[in-house]
Write a protein that binds this ligand. Structure first.
Ligand code: PNS
Length: 161
């Protein structure tokens, strides 16, 4: 069985992420969408909230499971028996950082491969930070995230404004 991990912060999940998750779910038997919970970033949504948002938008994908993880990604991948890490690449600007992470992970766990999927062109500009920025200042972000989570973002941003 081919198991893949789609790791990230997903704070919050965007249409770009969801596109990558869906495409990955068509390529592998089992996909873990894995949210880093030892991040130094100051997140908008807690890991539990992010898990529930992603579960809501992936409920139609039976081979996708959403989890939090701590520590090294490769240790988590090994624990899940996953041989593949899948990342979305938007632009050249993503490349250097992703390349560095991929080589680090290869050094730590040579048996695990990182695959890059090119983002859908219509989401190439998107990131969680962009969504948060637009939402914070009252802009229309409804094309940027799955419909089912728009209200959650509005509520959360409203509460922190
Ligand atoms: O959505 P992001 O912020 O690009 O996700 C980054 C993530 C979670 C994939 C990355 O930070 C990660 O794998 N962190 C776990 C710690 C780790 O394994 N570090 C070594 C590889 S650089």
């Amino acid at each position: 069985m081919n198991i893949a991990i789609v790791p990230g912060s997903f704070d919050p999940v965007t249409n770009g992420h969801l596109d990558i998750i869906k495409r990955t779910s068509e390529l592998f038997d089992m996909v873990y969408v894995s949210i880093l919970s030892n991040s130094s970033k100051n997140p908008l949504f807690s890991v539990e909230e992010r898990i529930s948002l992603i579960e809501r938008v992936t409920h139609d994908l039976p081979n996708v499971k959403v989890e939090g993880f701590t520590g090294l990604l490769v240790d988590y991948a090994r624990a899940k028996n996953a041989k593949f890490i899948v990342k979305g690449l938007r632009a050249v600007t993503d490349f250097e950082y992703e390349f560095q992470m991929s080589l680090t992970n290869k050094q730590l766990a040579p048996e695990i491969e990182t695959f890059f999927i090119t983002t859908n062109a219509k989401y190439a500009y998107l990131s969680s930070s962009i969504v948060k920025e637009v939402a914070k200042y009252g802009g229309d972000f409804t094309e940027m995230v799955p419909l089912e989570i728009i209200e959650d973002i509005k509520e959360k941003i409203g509460g922190t404004r």
